[in-house]
Design a protein. Sequence first.
Length: 317
Amino acid sequence: MATIIYPENPSPVADAEAIRKACQGWGTDEKAIISIFGHRNATQKKLIRRAYEELYNEDLVKRLESELSGHFEKAVYRWILDPEDRDAVILHVAIKETPIPDYRVIIEYSCIYSPEELLAVKRAYQARYKRSVEEDLAEHSAGELRKLLVALVGIYRYAGEDINARVANTEADILHSAISNKEFNNEEIVRIISTRSIPQLIATLNRYKDDYGSSITKHLRDDANAAKEYLVALRTTIRCISDPQKYYEKVIRYAINESGTDEESVTRVIVTRAEKDLKDIKELYYKRNSVTLDHALSKHTSGDYKAFLLALLGNDN
């Protein structure tokens, strides 16, 4: 379930006028911006941007970029874009990470998003950057990791619920044989993981666990004959397929720690899931850590950035 709390029919013109007022004068009224954008869904945000441009002949996104700064600016920027355009931006940043892409983001979109959602992100990416996701990803990755990631983003998975038990049994055996022989880069592993529907893959993973007494991730351990990042990417893929909410809880838990907050990951999870399943992720976080996500973020973030995140979490306190 979503966490974002928003009014039913706010006036986009009134919102645009309030934002204009917040951006005028010697300083920006960040609280006013949070009070609006922290409580608007994707459709409402789009109407605000349109109304603002019609009223003032100015791009609201660019205006806010010039008015805000730091992690707060990045979070607001990503939140107010259309979802597929926002995801294209996040994906582009992840692909251009050095020395290797942030494969977690690429895997999230490939394995958690529906085929139609992924296709929309890829179209937005191409429209914005004049290159395909596969083209950029192939250029910025190499070896086994490239083979896996390009395969994941390049497929349009079957989206139905049908499951073939015979295929699940056969492919569980194929996966176990390859892993037992330390053939982690086996083409069959990539084929199965990158092409099968999510329900079919879950059936295969369940069969694997039933037949071989352990989840497949426990058998995908670091090995001298396989690249470490490739194995981590394989495990990440399995986790995204098996339990997306549990995966996201782990991402945000690791991003919030005493040694320093990974704001990039925190922002990504909250802005991409606030209108989807962030409430479920919050509940998992509390069960796992015995502290609310709101409290953890209040402790490890500050200022307008913290206030904006809390608004998206459904808590303005």
